[in-house]
Write a protein of this length. Structure first.
Length: 227
């Protein structure tokens, strides 16, 4: 087996630290997250943590940047598959909800961290803005491919769809262990179909495919003290 380069070893260490942080976010919450616990969960020393991250917030910002990349790739793929009719929404909605289930608890914990911590807030805002723009492009494509114009309140509608998807993915949302995949899919499909049905007809101009907007995907500067 080939020996890892220093850069490869560092990247592997970072991956393990981020994976450990995500596991602890789900079981302990962001407020209880400590560097010693993250390092121990990943199988490293405290020193190994500080060799890769300045502090806890730097690690959480990196977790969010990974999520931006993952979600952008997901929404670009979904954009390419935007169906020509609402009857074909089933698989698209199922895929979107699967992503939400995978990320729901960690997303909620990081959102709460952003609400409490002004220094972390710009990073979560960046994540939210980038992923909102990407998911909005999917809705624009869906509307155009169904002969509809973009309604003035599309941003509000997209925000509602994202909030609904996140809540449906959370355990115990409806008092059960988890909303069933079939119920969640049907609720989301009905919400999206309603957006399409309520949208005004497109103008006489030729319909074109909506492009995913160019977004500044650079990580905002992080200037925080050690926690």
């Amino acid at each position: 087996m080939a020996r890892l380069t220093r850069k490869e070893a560092q990247e592997r260490t970072k991956v393990r630290l981020k994976e450990a942080a995500e596991r602890l976010l789900q079981t302990k919450g962001a407020g209880s997250l400590r560097i010693e616990e993250i390092a121990r969960e990943a199988g490293f020393s405290r020193g190994a943590f500080y060799s890769n991250y300045a502090d806890r917030l730097a690690l959480l910002a990196d977790v969010l940047e990974d999520r931006v990349s993952t979600e952008m790739a997901f929404w670009k793929d979904l954009f390419a598959r935007a169906p020509d009719g609402c009857a074909d929404l089933g698989q698209v909605v199922s895929d979107a909800l699967a992503l939400r289930r995978q990320w729901a608890q960690v997303n909620l914990e990081l959102h709460l961290e952003a609400e409490r911590n002004e220094e972390f807030r710009p990073h979560f805002r960046h994540y939210a803005q980038v992923t909102h723009a990407a998911s909005r492009a999917v809705f624009v494509a869906l509307l155009e491919r169904n002969g509809k114009a973009v309604p003035e309140d599309l941003d509000e509608q997209v925000s509602g769809a994202r909030a609904l998807g996140l809540n449906l993915a959370l355990p115990s949302m409806l008092g059960n262990d988890q909303v069933s995949e079939d119920v969640a899919r049907r609720l989301m499909q009905a919400y999206i179909a309603n957006i399409v049905e309520r949208a005004p007809p497109a103008s006489a101009r030729p319909l074109g495919e909506a492009a995913i907007p160019q977004i500044n995907n650079e990580n905002p500067s992080l200037n925080v003290g050690g926690l």
